[in-house]
Ligand binder design. Sequence first.
Ligand SMILES: CC(C)(COP(=O)(O)OP(=O)(O)OC[C@H]1O[C@@H](n2cnc3c(N)ncnc32)[C@H](O)[C@@H]1OP(=O)(O)O)[C@@H](O)C(=O)NCCC(=O)NCCS
Length: 163
Amino acid sequence: MVGMTAKTIAESRISYSRWMGVSDANHLGFVHGGIIMKLIDEAGGIVAARHSQRSVVTANLDSLIFLRPIHLRDLVTLTAEITYVGRTSMETKVEVHAEEIISGESELKNIAYLVFVALDGETGKPTPVPPLRLENDSERIRAEEAKLRMDHRLAQRKLASLI
Ligand SMILES: CC(C)(COP(=O)(O)OP(=O)(O)OC[C@H]1O[C@@H](n2cnc3c(N)ncnc32)[C@H](O)[C@@H]1OP(=O)(O)O)[C@@H](O)C(=O)NCCC(=O)NCCS
């Protein structure tokens, strides 16, 4: 990371919407969980790629809780941002809201934390990413929480490698 200019969370934050169509839902009109998982992975990946300006791979997706169903014709909005940066890895937080267009009612449906690793374009190996420039206390607290999650994941990874 030496020599790399630090970047703020705001610089890579994204928010975008997708309308849920027939191919996204089952015959009862409930959107498939896999569709939402793909959108979450994509949103987190875009943020990590924007922060690092590198290709990234998903290294970890924490447990994903489907708080409430998302329905056919809902407008799904994904908001994603970096929460923590290691040497080559980045944690992103993705929130999923769904809005029922006619009533205008919007609800939080999912929150997910994903870790991405930046890869060097030539070697395909993990490569350093810019440090994070935290701008306020709220960001600093969230980064500390993220560090605890990272420590927990790495302990889990170590256990998995022993199996
Ligand atoms: C992720 C991957 C590149 C890590 O490669 P590696 O050779 O194990 O590299 P390292 O041990 O040097 O780890 C690189 C970074 O990833 C982090 N990392 C690796 N596995 C992790 C995991 N399961 N959870 C959280 N962080 C992880 C390491 O802590 C390290 O972070 P740091 O540099 O910020 O300290 C490799 O495991 C991989 O290619 N996995 C498959 C990815 C994939 O196919 N994803 C789905 C499609 S995109």
